[in-house]
Write a protein that binds this ligand. Structure first.
Ligand SMILES: [Zn+2]
Length: 412
């Protein structure tokens, strides 16, 4: 595939355009997308999203062209049920417990009551997976946990980990040092994970976000990972890929890889270790990241280390969950978000035209998929079969439940 085809594919996919739709692509747009998605370039300023900007420009050009010539502009909505944005809740597990001597050394991170419980062996500040799962379950959320199986075994926690996986939580690999540049090291971690959990890992995040765009995706691809969620900044929140949507990174000759990148937007340790923020400032940073992602209808991937849940007073992660619960947002684990993105990608939206009548079908069907339509004023909308109009105004409509159904838009 040429670089141009790779970029066109990405644009078509992300905007959810019907099959065969044509759009213009300037060479500077093409360069921007190719450079950022291949990881050879990253934005200087926090929350700059040059790839999103290109997508927005192309989208408004198509809209102008279509409406200008009296045609509707119909495409697949980004997220299930047409919600505003999505959030992937993820946790690295750098350790699952810590000896008392270690806890004593960093005791300032924890409350006095928690320290007393630790000394009496009533609680373990470094074992929080259960607490996180309970918090998330209370809001009907699930999340992803990445296990650093190179550094510890699951011992007495194996059954618990298997039980949460059975309940819909995503358990993936936290790749140890060196795996990002060595296929052999990666294979070792992969097989240890399989031995420890009885399953092959589908998702991965690299320890310390170590990553070499010219190697790491390919190493992961060769082992069949479904997604990676490493590509983000260590020092600050932001859009390292210049985009806040999932995407297929390119191979060295610009073939789209099967693996999906879910770019990381915010990591807890950036707030404390790199930016030295206080609790409220940290929350303000999270708020800002959420609103930036929401502006783009994008994906807010957040990393909160399992061992850090009870640090800094332990209030922040529950507060973030509550904040997300109040949004019109698809909150889930990274695997479910990757599955959604792939399902949306496989759903082919077809347009056919007869006179002033434009018809649309989608195959195969995903009940959660919503179709967005911008239409010339005076349009008439007809839905058949399993389609249902969610909302409509004088120049737009939102339609759900496609698949067996058909959408017809008659323009004046
Ligand atoms: Zn780590």
């Amino acid at each position: 595939m040429s670089r141009e085809d790779y970029v066109s594919n990405f644009v078509r996919n992300t905007l959810g355009l019907p099959i065969g739709y044509d759009f213009g692509l300037s060479s500077s747009d093409m360069n921007t997308i190719a450079e950022y998605l291949s990881g050879s370039k990253s934005p200087e300023r926090v929350f700059d999203a040059p790839v999103n900007s290109v997508l927005n420009t192309i989208k408004s050009e198509i809209l102008d062209e279509r409406l200008g010539s009296g045609k509707p502009f119909v495409r697949k909505a980004l997220w299930p049920e047409g919600v505003d944005f999505a959030s992937a809740l993820t946790h690295d597990a750098d350790r699952l417990t810590a000896p008392l001597s270690r806890v004593m050394k960093v005791r300032k991170r924890f409350s006095l009551s928690l320290m007393i419980k630790r000394i009496l062996s009533l609680d373990d500040p470094y074992w929080n997976i259960e607490k996180m799962v309970n918090l998330e379950a209370g809001l009907n959320f699930t999340s992803s946990f990445y296990l650093l199986v190179h550094d510890y075994n699951l011992n007495g926690r194996r059954d618990y980990i298997k039980s949460i996986a059975a309940k819909g939580w995503d358990v993936g690999l936290h790749g140890s040092f060196g795996t990002h540049e060595s296929a052999e090291r990666m294979r070792e971690d992969f097989s240890v994970f399989e031995k420890e959990t009885g399953e092959k890992p589908k998702g991965i995040r690299e320890h310390y976000l170590k990553f070499d765009p010219s190697k790491t995706w390919q190493i992961m691809e060769d082992l069949g990972f479904m997604y990676d969620t490493t590509w983000g900044f260590n020092q600050k929140p932001g859009f390292r890929a210049g985009v806040c949507f999932p995407y297929h990174p390119p191979s060295s000759d610009f073939e789209p890889l099967n693996i999906l990148e879910l770019p990381l937007v915010l990591m807890d340790t950036s707030l404390w270790g790199y930016m030295h923020l206080q609790e409220e400032e940290g929350f303000a940073e999270v708020e800002q990241a959420i609103s930036k992602v929401k502006e783009h209808n994008g994906l807010f991937t957040i990393l909160w280390h399992q061992e850090a849940l009870q640090m800094k007073g332990g209030r922040l992660y529950p507060r973030i969950l509550k904040r997300l619960a109040g949004e019109n947002c698809f909150v889930s684990n990274a695997e479910k978000i990757a599955e959604w993105w792939l399902s949306r990608e496989r759903s082919e939206l077809r347009e056919s035209k007869r006179g002033k009548s434009f018809s649309y079908t989608v195959q195969p069907k995903d009940k959660r998929l919503v179709i967005d339509a911008d239409c010339p004023k005076g349009y008439k909308l007809k839905v058949q079969g399993e389609c249902r109009v969610i909302s409509s105004s004088e120049n737009s409509a939102e339609i759900a439940g496609n698949g067996e159904g058909k959408i017809t838009i008659e323009v004046p």
